[in-house]
Write a protein that binds this ligand. Structure first.
Ligand SMILES: Nc1nc2c(ncn2[C@@H]2O[C@H](COP(=O)(O)OP(=O)(O)O)[C@@H](O)[C@H]2O)c(=O)[nH]1
Ligand SMILES: [Mg+2]
Length: 343
């Protein structure tokens, strides 16, 4: 996986808490002061060093955040649901304001201190630091918002705006994770999805120079929507931005614990909700050779009466997985072309 994309939100520097930042700035200012001999110079350097640390920290945070008009809608929507894009934007604007205000104060006092006596310089330094720190305190809440936004963004599954992704759906235990592991070369990365406590795993399918994402979302696309709470529905809604193709896995052996009827009901729901091309896969076909064979055959016919095209595979034996891979690559390629045509 390419570093550039993997580290998408790593550009955002750590956002310190106000108190921690004040402490750090004062400590460094005191250190800088020691290097000077002239008393008035010492007082001035205390102010300018602390001010620079505050202003630089704020500026770096502002610069590190992505432009939310340009990020993948998945990130924007997730951030919006959990924190609010407007809250983040206005927090960034506040930091911008604070940085400018602090620089202005630093210059103003620095000028005054050059003309002051030693005693006046001490008083001016106290006054300057007091005013500067009160600006920092005014953005305390904003820093908390940004700290939270950064934490959230860095925990999200990694998909860059120009990547094409297949999202895997189907009831629990039908073989979704086994399928992702079989399709993607690298060991899938696991990220905790912030809406739920569930893990999302992101694998990649490589084919020559092509690269696509396969996303497994356990706990999200494995139950009917009617059984969902609000948070889960929001998560699913955000996921819609990620999915260019849905891979829907059915288990006609029903060893997953769900009847084929229920599985087909979920398939219909997801087809309606996602409105993207769907690849239907029947897994565990190795069990045809077992006593379950007869009921599997019956279930395959049930599926056939509803689904025009599907692949019968086994992630255990690898049966038909090459054909599925080719088919999936074709669908992802088409999705990419469509995306480019729209853009
Ligand atoms: N017989 C058989 N069992 C399978 C196959 N694929 C997965 N399983 C089993 O089904 C169970 C669920 O698989 P998993 O990939 O974790 O399903 P998920 O919950 O949909 O991610 C596990 O016990 C697997 O060993 C298959 O092709 N054949
Ligand atoms: Mg799984």
């Amino acid at each position: 996986m390419k570093k550039r994309e993997m580290k998408m939100f790593d550009k955002i520097p750590e956002v310190p808490a106000a108190e921690e930042l004040v402490e750090r700035a004062l400590r460094r200012a005191v250190k800088a002061k020691r290097a000077l001999r002239d008393k008035r110079g010492k007082e001035r350097v205390l102010v300018t060093t602390a001010a620079n640390i505050f202003a630089d920290t704020f500026k770096n945070v502002v610069r590190g955040f992505p432009n939310f008009d340009e990020v993948h809608p998945f990130y924007r929507e997730t951030l919006d649901v959990l924190i609010g894009v407007d809250a983040v934007r206005s927090a960034l604007a506040s930091l911008d304001w604070a940085a400018a205000k602090i620089r202005a104060l630093s210059q103003e006092y620095s000028r005054k201190m050059r003309r002051a006596t030693e005693r006046e310089a001490v008083a001016l330094r106290k006054e300057a630091l007091g005013r500067i720190i009160s600006v920092v305190e005014r953005v305390e809440r904003r820093l908390e918002v940004l700290k939270e936004a950064r934490r959230l963004l860095r925990r999200l599954p990694i998909v860059s705006g120009d990547e094409v992704a297949a999202v895997v759906a189907g009831y629990a235990n039908v073989g979704k994770s086994s399928f992702v592991a079989r399709m993607s070369t690298a060991k899938p990365e696991v990220a905790t999805y912030p809406f739920t406590t569930k893990n999302v795993s992101v694998g990649h399918i490589f084919n020559g120079n092509e690269r696509y994402v396969v996303i497994d979302t356990p706990g999200l696309l494995d139950r009917p929507f009617s059984e969902r709470n609000k948070i889960e529905l929001q998560a699913i809604s955000a996921l819609k931005h990620l999915a260019d193709v849905i891979v829907f896995i059915l288990d006609p052996s029903e060893t997953c614990g769900y009847s084929v009827e229920r599985q087909l009901k979920l398939l219909r729901e997801i087809r309606v909700e996602f409105k993207v091309p769907m690849l239907v896969i029947l897994n565990k076909m190795d069990l045809l050779e077992t006593p379950l064979g007869a009921s599997i055959k019956t279930n395959v016919e049930k599926i056939r009466s509803e689904v025009q095209e599907f692949y019968e595979v086994s992630t255990f034996t690898g049966k038909n997985l090459d054909a599925v891979r080719e088919k999936l690559l074709g669908m992802l390629r088409t999705a990419r072309r469509t995306a480019f045509a729209v853009a």
